[in-house]
Ligand binder design. Structure first.
Ligand code: 13P
Length: 245
């Protein structure tokens, strides 16, 4: 089955480097999977034309809580759509942490993105402390319920969830990937919680220290529909290997 593999370039590259990586990606990434590259906002209008007509899709890393209005500094999902953006990452833990984004805000962003014709990739995931306290399931249930409250989708492919345990994200202190078997069990749990709200079986991706060596193991799990990749998506050799699995 085709897997969904998403590259989150975060704010790690200069505009010049983003364009170079986009060109390399078009040359090197092959295979049957659905691949999405998410550069930062500034690079989107330049990366879009590079990906046009290829098997690589364009994604954004965020979008606004409304389609149009007096929202200084925000970027409308309508303009992203017009640029050829298909997917949008919403509620990434880095935005929740550094920019204090609440599930209420993320919920509004999801609704507007859907109305604008984008596919939201809702990120959820717990901190190490929550895991240590054995409260992962309660925490995720709450995060999913608040983020998806009142969200309606027509088909299962209209929305994607990415499970990224915060303690596994490579740029966080003492990060390590979770075991593929543990990931499978949590993905099953997330799928069931989301299906209760959305009435559709949406795909759940894994993210957190995915690399060329461990990606295959995650992808072979029944409940893991794909990957959200940070650090390794910036290395074309590693990412093209991950995409080819
Ligand atoms: P890493 O793959 O670098 O751990 O990042 C994961 C992530 O945050 C992707 O959104």
């Amino acid at each position: 089955m085709k897997k969904l593999i998403i590259a989150n370039w975060k704010m790690q590259l200069s505009l010049k480097e983003s364009l170079e990586l986009a060109k390399q990606s078009v040359k090197k990434i092959k295979g049957k999977n659905i691949i999405v590259l998410c550069p930062d906002f500034l690079a989107l209008p330049y990366v879009g034309p590079i990906l046009k007509g290829t098997n690589l899709n364009l994604g954004a890393q965020d979008s606004a809580i409304v389609g149009r209005g007096a929202y200084t500094g925000e970027v409308s999902p309508l303009d992203l759509k017009a640029l050829g953006v298909k997917y949008v990452i919403l509620g990434h833990s880095e935005r929740r942490e550094h920019l204090h984004e609440s599930s209420l805000i993320i919920n509004a962003k999801i609704k507007v993105a859907l109305t604008g014709g984008l596919i939201p990739i809702l990120c959820v995931g717990e901190k190490l402390e929550v895991k240590k306290n054995g409260e992962t399931e309660e925490y995720l249930s709450r995060e999913i319920a608040h983020s998806l409250q009142g969200v309606k989708i027509k088909s299962a492919s209209d929305l994607v969830i990415a499970y990224e345990p915060i303690w596994a994200i490579s740029t966080n202190k003492n990060a390590r990937p979770m075991s593929a078997l543990d990931a499978d069990a949590i993905h099953k749990f997330i799928k069931a919680r989301a299906a209760r709200i959305l009435k559709k079986p949406v795909a759940v991706l894994y993210g957190g220290s995915v690399n060329a060596a461990n990606a295959g193991e995650f992808l072979s799990q029944k409940n893991v529909a794909g990957l959200l990749v940070g650090g390794a998506s910036l290395k074309i050799k590693d990412f093209s290997h991950i995409c080819s699995l």
